[in-house]
Design a protein around this ligand. Structure first.
Ligand code: IMP
Length: 423
């Protein structure tokens, strides 16, 4: 049985959580493959909003197994808070949530290092979520990390102490004003580790391999977005993992040949949270309207998101790198009421018009060239069938499909599970 893959095609916050939740009933296993609690996957159903950070978005469905894959970095403290929330909602996760032994742990000092590194960068800061993601992946690739499987060893706390001591020296080296009480943070950490240990730790690559042999269906759930990929994103303003399709192979241990459908999720416009270039960013009333109507505030940090027109150059790039087979357009409802809509179809770059994403997309290098579309005024949020969508929206959709040569299979018209139109 094949593995399907679901990814964000922009700078994250495309609405992956909602779509995983919508699709979960088609799958036996939902598996997160990278990132950590920097993600904020929002799901809305039965009038309730749920935000998940590390736990896969299939957790609210009784029948699915939810795997935190080896490519994920786990902060036990945040993980425990997520579990506590599930407890208050009477979600029984004990048997349906499993964790790869090869996933790495975020230590309290990783979070402190993230904060120190960002503070030392001053104006050049990445705008990290400060969840310790970068330092944890640095320890992973530096071969110093502590993994979930280590928690089963008697001497893991010795390894912990050695690494935490090294981190403290590094924090001191940054020479920034950072207020913290490590004893308190460690008490919280070790208590949370005990909670984590109440869940099943597994050899996840073998588990997934067997599941495939048994004919089970698997959905790999990405976090962040393609333009935040450590290799292909807008470096250095990126996250520290491979958010693109290849990341699912390394982050789960599934082979490239086993991947079948690649679902690419994008917003009908563009948003970005944190620093870094954003060619179609708006600083006017249109941008403010998108932010207000779309409630564009980070699900993890609460920071306001920067908003702009859809960037087809960047979207095409993301589709190519990921091998997207089906597109899903989110938040179409937010564009209702705009008289004119713009889509960036090429860039002016060094005096030439280009339609690929160049090495450098800073504003001094790249000027977006737009194609304009008529807007629509209809409220989409109550619509439930593709045939009812306004003609102007269909023109917008047809244009994107023909430019990208990939079908748009879902149009989302609101945050609720039910506000999902299949085509
Ligand atoms: P980090 O992953 O916390 O180190 O943050 C690096 C960059 O990625 C920052 O610009 C963050 O705002 C951004 N980022 C990380 N996770 C997400 C996400 O889930 N959605 C949107 N942006 C994110």
């Amino acid at each position: 049985m094949a593995v399907d893959l679901l990814l964000g095609l922009q700078w994250g916050d495309e609405g992956k959580g909602k779509i995983v939740d919508v699709l979960t009933s088609n799958y036996d296993i939902i598996a997160r493959f990278q990132g950590g609690p920097n993600a904020g996957h929002t799901l809305v159903f039965n009038g309730m909003k749920h935000v998940l950070h590390t736990i896969p978005s299939g957790i609210f469905h009784e029948k699915s197994t939810n795997l935190v894959g080896n490519g994920v970095v786990i902060d036990p403290v945040i993980f425990k808070k997520e579990l506590d929330k599930l407890d208050t909602q009477n979600i029984d996760y004990k048997l349906s949530l499993i964790i790869s032994r090869k996933a790495h742990l975020i230590l309290p000092t990783h979070r402190l290092l993230d904060a120190a590194s960002e503070a030392a960068k001053g104006k050049a800061k990445i705008g990290s979520t400060l969840k310790g993601i970068g330092p944890t992946y640095m320890d992973k690739t530096g071969r110093n990390g502590i993994r979930v499987g280590d928690l089963e060893l008697d001497n893991w706390t010795e390894k912990y102490r050695a690494l935490a001591n090294k981190h403290q020296a590094m924090i001191d080296f940054y020479d920034v004003d950072l207020q913290y009480n490590l004893n308190e943070l460690e008490d919280e950490f070790f208590a949370a580790v005990e909670t984590l240990k109440s869940l099943a730790f597994i050899d996840s690559e073998a588990y997934l391999h067997n599941a495939q042999s048994e004919g089970k269906s698997i959905l790999a759930e990405g976090a962040q977005g393609s333009l935040l990929d450590i290799d292909f994103g807008t470096y250095p303003f990126v996250t520290s993992s491979n958010t693109t399709a290849a990341g699912a192979c390394t982050g789960l241990g599934v082979s490239p040949g086993s991947i079948k459908e690649v679902f690419g999720i994008f917003k009908a416009y563009t948003t970005r949270v944190g620093s870094g270039p954003f060619p179609t960013e708006l600083f006017d009333e249109d941008g403010e309207t998108m932010a207000r109507v779309g409630h564009e505030f980070g699900a993890t940090t609460g920071r306001p998101r920067r908003c702009g027109w859809l960037d087809l150059v960047a979207l095409r790039y993301a589709c190519q790198i990921n091998g997207v087979t089906q597109l899903m357009m989110m938040k179409a409802d937010v564009l209702s009421g705009f008289k004119t809509l713009k889509v960036c179809t090429s860039y002016r770059y060094k005096g030439q018009e280009i339609n690929h994403l160049p090495y450098n997309i800073e504003p001094e290098n790249v000027t977006p060239i737009y194609t304009e579309f008529h807007g629509w005024s209809e409220d989409l949020t109550q619509m439930d069938h593709a045939s009812t969508l306004p003609e102007a929206l269909m023109t917008y959709i047809d244009f994107l499909e023909s430019e990208l040569d990939i079908p748009i299979k879902i149009v989302s018209v609101g945050p609720d599970r039910k506000q999902t139109i299949f085509r």
